[in-house]
Design a protein around this ligand. Structure first.
Ligand code: PFF
Length: 455
């Protein structure tokens, strides 16, 4: 093999640091905000089962592929794709798959920062006791007062984006790794405290039954597609985040084992979030199927009426901020690495330019909830459009292309060398999943999402 490339951005201090950072990237709003309510809406246990199958058949194989490409290319996702394709004697145009991933991360962070800003606002609302004894109408009003005020949203989004930029400026080890080392354990500790609290409500059994008792009647073809799409988003696949973090992975790391550990951590935290939230919801006689408002509208009602609710409320939203923040830095890093490599900027310049541009795009999302609520295209406001474009089109397309490239275009010698441990049975299983199962599953979701087929 040719001499190994080095990343000019440094690398993780150990394989554990990588697993921690990538788990931080994966665990985010998707786990704590989205997973519980979509599981709630789609039949609980039956949905969870399908979701687990998607993580295993599609999530882990594609994550393995992305880390391998990143580690072999050692550059931003676009350049890594190009280098790995060249090393395999393939077209340089595979560059565009990486570029698509960077574009996705750019768009996602523009709205992700705004939603993370809501969580930050709620930390203070909880702290100031605004939920105490509040009626559902009052909680609704608090939420409306937040999203209808563009200045407030801009303020919180600016804090999130400013914080994200300030961490990424310090680079891989001193910035990304150091913040995750603190935030991930803090997030996990808070989650466990809330789960213990939930056990104490006396409604833990209800939560368990709700989440794990499979109700196959509630499972529609559409919920299978939701499970599949969410498996993608929750593992941060096809956004360049994981491929970028893979570029900083030490040589001695086993890629499939790391992918397994990250996916397991992500899944465990999504399930724990459900076990933290539903008992509290049931103990307060509230509805579990509230949809996207479950966290910002239903839960505060519970916090306002339960023992130590003010304290638990602060902790809960702080946990959400930590979870979102470790994902946000992973969304900024690919653009920053690209600007450094392509435009020869310093890390400071690249972080500010990249983060600043995302912040600017985020104004579109900010205005979707107030002055721009009527600015629509295809019936979708700006935020919905960005969400639809990334989650339903760019991510599945990116994932499909990564799977096809790795299974059908990547030189076998390279993929065997990067796939470690060199168990040939495991390798063959992985290759089969990537070559046949993942593309087939993604094509089905994709065609359904754009309305070509209707399941
Ligand atoms: N995986 C994150 C979540 O579940 O909230 C969202 C995300 C982060 C998606 C980073 C993509 C990404 F690159």
């Amino acid at each position: 093999m040719e001499g190994e490339r080095q990343s000019r951005h440094g690398q993780w201090s150990s394989r554990w640091a990588f697993i921690l950072a990538a788990s931080g990237a994966a665990v985010g709003l998707g786990n704590i905000w989205k997973f519980p309510y979509i599981a709630g809406e789609n039949g609980g246990g039956a949905f969870v089962l399908v979701y687990l199958v998607c993580i295993i058949l599609l999530g882990i194989p594609i994550m393995t592929a992305e880390i391998m490409i990143g580690r072999h290319g050692r550059q931003n996702p676009a350049n890594s794709m190009k280098s790995v394709a060249e090393d395999s004697g393939r077209s340089q145009h595979w560059f565009w798959v990486g570029a698509l991933a960077i574009a996705s991360s750019f768009i996602i962070l523009s709205y992700y920062g705004v939603i993370a800003g809501w969580a930050l606002d709620y930390v203070f609302q909880a702290l100031l006791g605004h939920f105490n004894q509040a009626t559902p109408q009052h909680i609704d009003k608090l939420f409306e007062a937040l999203v209808s005020n563009p200045w407030k949203l801009i303020f919180w989004d600016s804090l999130i984006m400013g914080g994200t930029i300030s961490v990424v400026v310090f680079g891989v080890e001193k910035g990304l790794e150091r913040s995750v080392r603190f935030m991930f354990p803090a997030m996990l500790a808070i989650l466990l405290i809330i789960v213990i609290y939930s056990i104490d409500t006396g409604y833990f059994g209800h939560g368990l039954a709700f989440l794990f008792h499979p109700n196959f009647k509630a499972l529609t073809p559409n919920s299978i597609l939701i499970a599949l799409g969410h498996a993608f988003f929750t593992l941060s696949l096809a956004t360049g985040s994981i491929m970028m973090y893979g570029a900083y992975v030490p040589r001695d790391t086993s890629v499939p084992q790391a992918a397994l550990a990250i996916a397991a951590a992500d899944t465990a935290i999504a399930l724990l979030a459900g076990l933290a939230i539903f008992p509290i919801v049931f103990a307060n006689g509230l509805q579990p199927g509230a949809g996207p408002g479950l966290i910002f509208k239903t839960l505060p009602i519970a916090f306002g009426h339960m023992p130590y609710g003010q304290f638990i409320g602060v902790l809960f939203f702080l946990m959400l901020v930590f979870a979102a923040f470790t994902s946000a830095i992973s969304l900024l890093e690919p653009t920053v690495a690209w600007l450094i490599e392509q435009k020869n900027l310093t890390r400071g310049q690249a972080s500010m330019l990249g983060g600043g541009a995302m912040w600017l795009l985020g104004l579109g999302t900010v205005f979707s909830f107030n002055i721009g609520a009527n600015w629509t295209l295809f019936g979708l406001n700006f935020f919905e459009l960005m969400d639809y474009l990334t989650a339903n089109i760019m991510l599945p397309l990116g994932g499909l292309l990564v799977a096809i490239f790795t299974a059908w275009r990547l030189n076998k010698q390279i993929s065997r060398a990067e796939f470690n441990p060199q168990s040939s049975v495991l390798y063959k299983l992985w290759h089969f999943a990537l070559a046949y199962i993942s593309p087939l599953m993604i094509v089905i979701v994709f065609l359904n999402a754009i309305g070509v087929i209707k399941l």
